[in-house]
Design a protein around this ligand. Structure first.
Ligand code: MTE
Ligand code: HPA
Ligand code: MOS
Length: 815
C-alpha cells in the first residue's frame, strides 16, 4: 500500500523559502517532488505587513474586505436592504433549442397569488435588441427561440419564490426547427456568428511539404461554467423624472448603464450603475450581467416598482454563456530536435447563438496559439461557429487558454513521437531570448522583446528537480503494473492589454478630506481579485500616508464615466495608473503649498510615513491638508491613463496588441489508475512572473486560484448538452468544480523576482488570468502518464476535460 500514490505516508517536504511559497504539506502522497525547493526566486515580502513609515506597495496587507467578508459584513447586491415595495422577477425559459415561437399561455401563471405582471418584448420602450457589439441578441426571444434556456419574458411577483414558480407555469407553443448543436454540425453547414479569420506568415503548405517529420491530429477542449459563488443579480430602482439606479453584480458598470439606457430608450445620463463588489466574476459578468440589469429595469418600468432579479443557480447555468468549447485540426512539420518547421492550424470555437464577445475571444485564441514558441511558416484559421446553445462569453484567459492548449498538445505529441523529453522540445521551440534578433516575431507581427523564459524555465527545472524526478518516475512506472505517473513543465506567455485598443484607458478620482483621510474611486470593479486593495496601496504610497487612511469606494458610473470592463487582467495596470495620476495632482498641489511656506523647490518635498517633509520642516500630512484647505488649495483631483505603445489592425490581426507579456511556468506531477481512469495531481511547482509585486500575498492567491480553476477546466468540469440541446450538467451535483480536497498536496508558488521592463504601476505585471494557463501542465502530465501506460510512442488521443472515462479510453486506445 505504501507505494500507492492514493494512500500513503504523509508528504513531509515543506518549501525552504516559505515566505513566497505555499505548500499544502501534510496530508498527501509520495510524489517525487523536491524536498528543498530552492531559494533564488521570489521576494521575501510575501505576507509581510507594512510597518511604520514603510511604503505599502511590495508588502502584503490583507484584502480590503477580508475581515468584513469572514464576518458576513461585506454586503453583496442581495444583502442590500430592499427599497420599500421591491418586487422580484424570474425568467421564462425556452425548453426548445431552436423553434418558432407560435404562442404563449400565461393565464395560469398570472392567476397565482402574489403575481403582478408578465414582461415581454412589447414592454420594451427602446431597442428590443441588446446594445452588444454585433447587435444580434434580442432582449427577449421573439418569433424564434435559439437555445434551451433562452429568456422569453419575465414574471414579476411579490416574492422570489412566487415569481419562479409562476414563470415555470407559463406554457409556450413552439414549433421545433432543426438545431445546430455541435462544432461539427456548424462547420458542415457553415453556421457562423462572425466570418472566419486567417492569420498567416510565410508559406505553411510548402514548409510542411519539406518538413522532416509530420503529424496530423484533431482534438477538442470543453467549455467551463464560471460558477461564481454569487450568482447573476441586479436590482433596478426607478427614481424621479425617468432616472434609474441599478445595483449590479457586474465587471462593467459602464456597459450595464449603456444597455439599460438603450433598452429603455433614454439617454445614458439618466441611468446610474453601482457595484461595490462581486462574489466572483471570472469573465462571466463582463457582458452577461447586463442582461439581468436590462430585464430588471424593464420589469421595474412596467410595474413602477423597484425590481430585483436574482437567478436561481440552475437558471444561471441554463441562461448564461460559458467558456467557449474549441475543436482543432492541425498539421505540423518538425525536425529531429522537435523544432516546428511548419504549422497549419484550424481553430473552431463554439460561440453559441449570438456573437457576444466571441470575436475578441477567438482573436485572443489566435494570438495565443504560439504560446511561447516561434512558429515560423504558419497558417491559422479561426472559425466562430454559431450553434443553438447559450451564447459563450469571456472566461479567465479569454480564449488564451484555448490557444495555448493547442500548441502545448501538439508539442507534447511531437516529443512522444520522437521519444524525446517534452521539456527539451519546448525549450528548442522558444522565442529568442532577450536581445536576440532572430525568432522573435510572432505570427501577428509583434516583437517579443522581453522573453524571460530562457531564464525562468531552467530555474523552475532546477527548483522542481525535474530531471531527477523524471528518472525516478520512469523507474517507478516500470515497476507498477496499474498505476502510472506523468510529469510535465509547460510555460505561459500571456499578452497584456485589451486586444481592442480603445478599451485600454481608465479614470479615477482621489479626494482628500480635511482630516487628511483619502477616498479613491476608479473605473475598475472588485470581484475578489484584490484590485481595490492594490489601488489603495498605490494611492497611499503616492501621498505617503498609511494604508488605513485610504478608502476605495464602490464603482459607480456617476463618479468615473465610460470605464472599460474590469477584464483582460488589466484592472491594476489601468486603474492603478489613473489613481496614481489623480493622487499625484493632489500631491503636487500640496507640495506647491508647503514650498510656498518653506521657500523650497517642489522637488525637495517628500511625502512619507504620514508626513510631508521639506528641508526646513516636517509636518503631519493632516495638518498640511487643513492649512491648505484654509488657503483654498484644491484637495481632490481626477486622473486619467491610456496604455502607450499599442496598436493593431483588426482586419488582419497584426500589430502590437499587447503592451507586454506576463510569463510563468508550472511543473506538475500526476498519477493515473489505468484500471479505472481515476487520477490525482500529486505535486505542483510554479514559478510565475508578476513583475515587481504590489501585493505578493494577493498575487500568490491569484496564481493558486487561477491554477486550480484551470485544473478544473481540464479535469473534472464537464458540460454535457443532450441531443435536444439542453444542458444536463446544471448544478453542483453533476458539474464538478475543484474543491479544497483537489488542491495538490504539494503546491509551491514562487514569484519571479524581476520588475516589468515596461513602465507599469510599480513596475508590476498583471496577474489575474495568466496563471490559469499554468494548469495546462496538468493536462500534459496526464497525457504523459497515459503515454507511459500505452508505451507505444504514439501521440495520445484525448479530448479535454480528461475525465476518468476519457483517461480510461485513452489508455486503452479506444478514443
Ligand atoms: N479573482 C477572483 N478572486 N475572482 C474573479 O472573479 N476574475 C479573473 C481574475 N481573478 C477573478 C479573479 C479575471 S477573468 C480577470 S480578467 C481578472 O481577475 C480581472 O481583475 P484584474 O484586472 O484586476 O486582475
Ligand atoms: N480581454 C478580456 N475582455 C475583453 C477583451 C480582452 O482582450 N476585449 C474585449 N473584452
Ligand atoms: Mo477576464 S475573462 O478578462 O474577465
Amino acid at each position: 500500500m505504501s507505494d500507492s500514490p492514493f494512500h500513503s505516508a504523509p508528504y513531509a517536504a515543506r518549501s525552504a523559502d516559505a515566505p513566497v511559497s505555499r505548500d499544502a504539506g501534510s496530508s498527501g502522497v509520495p510524489s517525487s517532488a523536491p524536498e528543498d525547493v530552492g531559494a533564488r526566486a521570489g521576494s521575501a515580502a510575501h505576507a509581510v505587513p507594512a510597518v511604520g513609515d514603510a511604503p505599502s506597495c511590495g508588502t502584503s496587507p490583507p484584502h480590503e474586505s477580508a475581515r468584513a467578508q469572514v464576518q458576513g459584513l461585506a454586503p453583496y447586491v442581495d444583502d442590500v436592504p430592499e427599497p420599500r415595495g421591491t418586487l422580484h422577477a424570474a425568467p421564462i425559459l425556452s425548453p426548445v433549442a431552436h423553434g418558432r415561437l407560435l404562442g404563449m399561455d400565461a393565464s395560469d401563471a398570472l392567476a397565482r397569488p402574489g403575481v403582478r405582471a408578465i414582461v415581454l418584448e412589447a414592454d420594451i420602450p427602446g431597442d428590443p435588441v441588446l446594445a452588444t457589439f454585433v447587435h444580434d441578441e434580442p432582449i427577449f426571444a421573439r418569433d424564434v427561440v435559439q437555445h434551451v434556456g433562452q429568456v422569453v419574458g419575465l414574471i414579476v411577483a411579490d416574492t422570489v419564490q412566487a415569481a419562479r414558480h409562476a414563470a415555470r407555469a407559463v406554457k409556450l407553443d413552439i414549433a421545433p426547427l432543426p438545431a445546430v448543436l455541435t462544432i461539427e454540425q456548424a462547420m458542415a453547414v457553415q453556421s457562423f456568428v462572425l466570418p472566419p479569420v486567417t492569420v498567416a506568415r510565410g508559406d505553411a503548405p510548402a514548409a510542411l511539404a519539406q518538413s522532416a517529420h509530420r503529424l496530423q491530429g484533431r482534438f477538442a477542449v470543453g467549455g467551463q461554467e464560471h460558477f461564481y459563488l454569487e450568482g447573476q443579480i441586479a436590482l433596478a430602482v426607478p427614481r424621479e423624472q425617468d432616472q434609474w439606479h441599478i445595483l449590479s453584480s457586474t465587471q462593467h458598470p459602464g456597459e450595464v448603464q449603456h444597455w439599460v439606457a438603450h433598452a429603455l430608450g433614454i439617454d445614458n445620463h439618466r441611468v446610474s450603475v453601482e457595484c461595490r463588489r462581486m462574489g466572483g466574476g471570472f469573465g462571466g459578468k463582463e457582458t452577461q450581467a447586463g442582461h439581468m440589469a436590462v430585464w430588471a429595469a424593464l420589469a421595474a418600468r412596467k410595474t413602477g416598482a423597484p425590481v430585483k432579479l436574482r437567478l436561481d443557480r440552475d437558471d444561471d447555468f441554463m441562461i448564461t454563456g460559458k467558456r467557449h468549447p474549441f475543436a482543432y485540426d492541425y498539421d505540423v512539420g518538425f525536425d529531429d530536435q522537435g523544432r516546428i518547421t511548419g504549422l497549419a492550424l484550424d481553430m473552431m470555437a463554439n460561440c453559441g447563438f449570438s456573437a457576444d464577445l466571441s470575436g475578441p475571444v477567438a482573436d485572443r485564441a489566435v494570438f495565443h496559439a504560439d504560446n511561447a514558441y516561434y512558429l515560423g511558416d504558419v497558417v491559422i484559421r479561426s472559425f466562430r461557429c454559431k450553434t443553438n446553445v447559450q451564447s459563450h462569453t469571456a472566461f479567465r484567459g479569454f480564449g488564451g487558454p484555448q490557444g495555448v492548449i493547442a500548441i502545448e498538445t501538439i508539442l507534447g505529441d511531437i516529443a512522444r513521437t520522437l521519444g524525446k523529453d517534452a521539456l527539451d522540445v519546448r525549450l528548442a521551440n522558444l522565442y529568442g531570448p532577450r536581445g536576440a534578433t532572430e525568432r522573435c516575431t510572432t505570427h501577428y507581427q509583434m516583437r517579443v522583446e522581453d522573453n524571460i523564459l530562457h531564464d525562468l524555465l531552467p530555474e523552475l527545472e532546477r527548483l522542481a528537480k525535474y530531471r531527477q524526478r523524471q528518472q525516478a518516475i520512469e523507474v517507478w512506472n516500470a515497476r507498477q503494473p496499474h498505476l502510472k505517473r506523468g510529469m510535465a513543465i509547460t510555460p505561459v506567455k500571456f499578452g497584456i492589454s485589451f486586444t481592442a485598443t480603445l478599451f485600454n484607458q481608465a479614470g479615477a478620482l482621489v479626494h482628500v478630506y480635511t482630516d487628511g483621510s483619502v477616498q479613491v474611486n476608479h473605473g475598475g470593479t472588485e470581484m475578489g481579485q484584490g484590485l481595490h486593495t492594490k489601488v489603495a496601496q498605490v494611492v497611499a504610497d503616492e501621498l505617503g500616508v498609511p494604508l488605513a487612511r485610504v478608502l476605495v469606494t464602490a464603482s459607480a458610473t456617476d463618479k468615473v464615466p465610460n470605464a472599460s470592463a474590469t477584464a483582460a487582467s488589466s484592472g491594476t495596470d489601468l486603474n492603478g495608473k489613473a489613481a496614481q495620476a489623480a493622487a499625484r495632482t493632489v500631491r503636487d498641489n500640496l507640495a506647491a503649498f508647503v514650498c510656498g511656506l518653506d521657500g523650497c523647490g517642489a522637488g525637495a518635498v517628500e511625502f512619507r510615513g504620514g508626513k510631508i517633509v521639506t528641508p526646513k520642516a516636517e509636518r503631519a500630512f493632516a495638518d498640511v491638508v487643513k492649512a491648505a484647505y484654509a488657503n483654498r488649495i484644491q484637495l481632490w483631483s481626477d486622473g486619467f491613463y491610456r496604455t502607450p505603445k499599442i496598436h493593431y489592425d483588426k482586419t488582419t490581426l497584426t500589430g502590437r496588441p499587447f503592451f507586454y507579456f506576463a510569463y510563468g511556468a508550472a511543473c506538475t506531477e500526476v498519477a493515473i489508475d489505468t484500471l479505472t481512469g481515476e487520477y490525482r495531481v500529486l505535486a505542483v511547482d510554479i514559478l510565475h512572473d508578476v513583475g515587481r509585486s504590489i501585493n505578493p500575498a494577493i498575487d500568490v492567491g491569484q496564481i493558486e486560484g487561477g491554477f486550480v480553476q484551470g485544473a478544473g477546466w481540464l479535469t473534472t468540469e464537464e458540460l454535457v448538452w443532450n441531443e435536444q440541446g439542453a444542458l444536463t450538467t446544471k448544478a453542483p451535483s453533476t458539474y464538478k468544480i475543484p474543491a479544497a480536497g483537489d488542491v495538490p498536496p504539494h503546491f509551491a508558488v514562487h514569484l519571479w523576482p524581476e520588475a516589468n521592463a515596461e513602465d507599469t504601476v510599480f513596475r508590476s505585471k498583471a496577474v489575474g488570468e495568466p496563471p490559469f494557463m499554468l494548469a495546462i501542465s496538468v493536462w500534459e502530465a496526464m497525457r504523459q502518464a497515459v503515454a507511459a501506460a500505452r508505451a507505444d510512442g504514439k501521440p495520445v488521443q484525448m479530448d479535454a476535460p480528461a475525465t476518468p472515462e476519457r483517461v480510461l479510453r485513452a489508455v486503452s486506445g479506444a478514443w
